[in-house]
Design a protein around this ligand. Structure first.
Ligand code: NAP
Length: 285
């Protein structure tokens, strides 16, 4: 990292907890490789501090921040201008501060599509129905991204059926309860797990992935572990898989450009750095 000076452009990520965020690893590696006089820090907001933080930072030279759990809805509410992507997701993961105003965006959907492009070569969202598991902010971003990419039909499967119904009433698609997942999987070209099931202490239900066509691509937004039980089940069935780390890197890239004015350099392997930080081994390594 170059020495921090009075001209150093500062951005960061805000959440609670935040100490294990991989975003500083990604952004600071890109900054160093690009030779940009910038730094990216992690900020933990406590006790209602998120809104006060945004109020304070927006009139400073702070470039902006990524926002993670549990503040994505607060981030949207704190904005003066909202990108349609963030409005549709009802959540923002990116705030840019400019002339005292807060611009909100959501790059999770872009990250999702970038992950498919990278790890499921030839995948075409226009080719058939896609299943999204979950109805929270991540699921909303995924549904909006697939529809924007020309997907003809999105099926939303959620534990709380009413939330799936509310989501499709607003964004489009068809709602299913967990007990109807098998019907939703018929003929699907992709299944995306956007539930928080599988995270520590949150037991993942057994989704009937065997009901998907052999060519179906299976993705999990969760990336700790990199190969989640859901992805392991898909791989055992011979399905191609896409992992959540590719999505994390995919959502970080447009954020980097928003903060530092140029796309991230391609000559640094941030995935390897992130895997090292996670103390995980990439498949085949
Ligand atoms: P959220 O708003 O809290 O939504 C959680 C969803 O999971 C809800 O639909 C909930 O169903 C469902 N769920 C939770 N526990 C479940 C269980 N045991 N069985 C079945 N369904 C369950 O969370 P989010 O912000 O959308 O995030 C979802 C996941 O995506 C998180 O793991 C997050 O870390 C990940 N994510 C990753 C990236 C990335 O870049 N890789 C980006 C965004 C999000 P109910 O409606 O029934 O409660």
């Amino acid at each position: 990292m170059t020495a921090i000076t009075g001209k150093t452009r500062v951005a960061g990520v805000v959440g609670h907890p935040i100490a294990h965020s991989l975003s500083p690893v990604l952004h600071n590696a890109w900054l160093a490789a690009a030779g940009i006089d910038g730094v990216y820090v992690a900020l933990e907001a406590r006790d209602g501090g998120f809104r006060r933080l945004v109020e304070g930072l927006k009139t400073t030279s702070f470039a902006g921040c990524n926002v993670t759990l549990p503040f994505k809805e607060d981030a949207l509410a704190s904005a003066d201008e909202v990108h349609p992507r963030a409005a549709r997701a009802k959540a923002a993961n990116l705030l840019v501060f400019q002339d005292g105003r807060v611009h909100a965006d959501n790059t999770d959907g872009l990250g999702l599509l970038a992950a498919f492009a990278e790890q499921a070569t030839g995948f075409d969202a226009k080719a058939g129905p896609v299943v999204v598991l979950g109805a929270g902010g991540g699921a909303r971003g995924a549904v909006a991204a697939f529809l924007d990419a020309g997907c003809p039909h999105v099926r939303v499967v959620n534990r709380t059926f009413g939330r799936a119904e509310a989501l499709v009433a607003e964004l489009g698609g068809e709602a299913f309860g967990l007990t109807d997942a098998e019907a939703a999987f018929q003929g699907a070209i992709a299944v995306v797990n956007a539930t928080s099931a599988g995270l520590a202490d949150n037991h993942a239900p057994d989704f009937p992935l065997a009901a998907t066509p052999e060519t179906c691509v299976v993705m999990d937004m969760v990336y700790k572990p990199l190969v989640t039980p859901f992805l392991a089940q898909a791989q055992a069935l011979g399905r191609r898989t896409v992992d959540g780390l590719a999505m994390l890197i995919g959502q970080a890239a447009p954020s980097f450009e928003a903060f530092y004015g140029q796309p991230p350099p391609k000559d640094v392997d941030v995935r390897a750095l992130a895997l090292k930080a996670l103390s995980l081994k990439a498949p085949g390594q």
